[in-house]
Design a protein around this ligand. Structure first.
Ligand code: GLP
Length: 239
């Protein structure tokens, strides 16, 4: 694995490390446009973010937070909806100037994707995309087979993704979602790929040291000059 940053941080300090990096970015660029994931990986970071901002006297009040992906078929306000999760875990806590999500309640899914892309373009595009890592190497809901030029779109969820969704409190899980596309992720200035825990060690190793292939969408990130991989020591790729 070469050509990009790999931070391996002890698990006990991992969330503070990532929260600190986010504060650094907001301090340097108060009008940061940052796309954030849901899932369990970033939740400890989000818990620490308000305190980390306050400790350094930094505000997110001019920033734009953009939602990475969304399930289809769940009613507005459902506790497993990604807009609800990111709203509660970050947006309500740090009060950014804007929160861009997918309007899947008022619009057909394809129209919601088009509106989302237009809103992101209107704020000048993404400075930073923060990603979790799916068990099968997906990023956002870009499942295996997603080409590097895949746009923001409706996608059928892989079986392992549907299984993971049950853990977020929705059973039976949704069959489809909408996601920022591979092209949109790769267009960002900077990309942070987060991975924690032993369950992610195997897929992180494949992501960083296996073939670059749409079969492992996260591996495609290795071609991006602004990629930073931030893992805890439990997820450390094996040599
Ligand atoms: C989910 C989401 C991703 C998330 C990933 C990892 O299916 N679509 O955005 O990053 O899988 O989730 P977790 O952090 O819970 O392992």
């Amino acid at each position: 694995m070469t050509g990009h940053g790999l931070d391996v941080v002890p698990a006990a300090g991992w969330a503070d490390h990532v929260a600190g990096l986010l504060v650094d970015r907001l301090a340097a660029r108060p009008d940061l446009v940052v796309c954030l994931p849901t899932g369990s990986t970033p939740l400890p970071v989000y818990e620490r973010l308000p305190g980390a901002l306050a400790a350094r006297g930094v505000s997110a009040g001019r920033a734009t937070i953009v939602l990475l992906d969304e399930f289809l078929g769940l009613p507005a306000g459902h506790r497993a909806r990604c807009d609800v999760v990111l709203g509660r875990s970050v947006v309500d806590r740090v009060q950014p100037a804007r929160f861009i999500a997918f309007d899947v309640d008022a619009l057909e899914p394809a129209a919601a994707c088009a509106a989302f892309e237009a809103e992101v373009a209107a704020v000048g595009g993404l400075d930073l995309v923060v990603l979790g890592l799916g068990r099968n190497g997906h990023i956002g809901m870009n499942e295996p087979g997603s080409a590097p030029d895949a746009p923001t779109r409706v996608i059928e969820l892989a079986p392992s993704t549907r299984e993971a969704a049950i853990g977020y409190g929705v059973d039976p899980p949704p069959t489809h979602g909408v996601t920022l596309g591979m092209a949109g992720i790769l267009a960002a200035s900077e990309i942070w790929l987060l991975a924690t825990g032993t369950a992610k060690a195997g897929i992180l190793t494949l992501t960083l040291d296996g073939p670059v292939s749409p079969n492992v969408p996260a591996s495609v990130l290795r071609g991006h000059p602004g990629l930073r991989v931030i893992a805890d020591d439990a997820a450390r790729p094996s040599a």
